[in-house]
Design a protein around this ligand. Structure first.
Ligand SMILES: C[S@@+](CC[C@H](N)C(=O)[O-])C[C@H]1O[C@@H](n2cnc3c(N)ncnc32)[C@H](O)[C@@H]1O
Length: 302
């Protein structure tokens, strides 16, 4: 019989030896080992005390842990897809290959109630566009229970996972649509967006773990901004004058800086880690969109 402590040490060592990539919600072999060891033993990550460390690891859990470790070390599945769940902030979400593993650093901005950026009245409408399994929008609803929080995505599979998560966490609606094309003008207070933004070069170098995630969730074209360009124009159209867009672009932050001299992303200094999260004020976006119209007028007729 081995104790939890011994099993944890062995599991951590096996993860390190296998050189797995930590980019899907857990930052170290230790953290991943804790999740795998406890889940195999049907114990909760949140409510299990360190007092179990020197107790025997259940023999019934050993086979399950072995299959978890094979999936992690050989198939390179992210932990969330093995355990079937992922924590973001104070909420636990169902997670599987239908949608990206929840891990967006945008969560920090949501959990800070969009302060100090949002200066408008109590938000009435919040949209989580490119919602995947719905984690960011559901976090937003937990912070602003009286707001109408809508989630949208193009991918049926991602939306089916968001729908299952909505059985656990409140939200007000799920829409299938291309970016924000389905939204009326000037009716949204806050847009949360973690669109696909990985550029062509980064796509080629992605660790194996990312290949288990939906391709539609990651690839953003040559410079990573194929969808971001459309999204910015959509946001300018639908945000109320006091509104706010929170946009994650990760490594494509330089491309976004270079997109236009008229566009002024405010980069968020993230205390919990991560990078490439920008905030845009509605009025700045509206000015930029007007300058785009002047630079690229629509020519009608022949
Ligand atoms: C990077 S994932 C983000 C998922 C989720 N917001 C999160 O943070 O975990 C991007 C999402 O954008 C969706 N997507 C891709 N193209 C889209 C489009 N044209 N319109 C709406 N959603 C799109 C993908 O299906 C995917 O769920």
């Amino acid at each position: 019989m081995m104790t939890f402590r011994e099993i944890l040490i062995d599991t951590e060592a096996e993860l390190l030896n296998a050189d797995v990539f930590f980019g899907h919600g857990y930052e170290s072999a230790h953290d991943e080992a804790v999740a795998l060891v406890l889940t195999a033993a049907d114990l909760s990550l949140m409510d299990t005390s360190a007092a179990i460390l020197d107790t025997d690891y259940p023999s019934t859990a050993t086979l399950k842990l072995r299959s978890f470790l094979n999936a992690r070390c050989e198939e390179r599945l992210p932990v969330a897809y093995i355990t079937g769940e992922a924590w973001l902030g104070h909420l636990c979400f169902k997670s599987d290959e239908r949608a990206l593993v929840p891990r967006s650093p945008v969560a920090e901005v949501v959990l800070n109630a969009f302060e100090p950026w949002y200066q408008g009245p109590d938000p009435q409408v919040i949209v989580d566009v490119c919602c995947g399994g719905g984690s960011l929008g559901m976090l937003a609803k937990s912070m602003f229970p009286t707001a109408q929080v809508l989630l949208s995505d193009l991918d049926h599979a991602a939306l089916s996972l968001a729908s299952e998560n909505s059985q656990i966490h409140a939200i007000d609606g799920i829409v299938r649509g291309d970016l924000l094309s389905w939204c009326q003008a000037l009716c949204v207070d806050i847009i949360i967006a973690n669109p696909p933004y990985v550029d062509a070069r980064d796509m080629q170098g992605l660790p194996a773990e990312y290949h288990h995630e939906p391709g539609l969730a990651l690839s953003g074209g040559d410079d990573g901004l194929d969808l971001v360009r459309v999204l910015l124009l959509d946001a300018a159209r639908i945000l109320r004058p006091t509104g706010l867009l929170i946009l994650e672009v990760g490594n494509s932050f330089e491309a976004l800086e270079e997109l236009s001299e008229q566009l002024h992303p405010i980069w968020v200094e993230l205390e919990q880690g991560g990078h490439g999260v920008a905030v845009f004020m509605a009025q700045d976006l509206a000015q930029w969109a007007a300058s785009e119209d002047i630079a690229n007028p629509v020519v009608s007729g022949k």
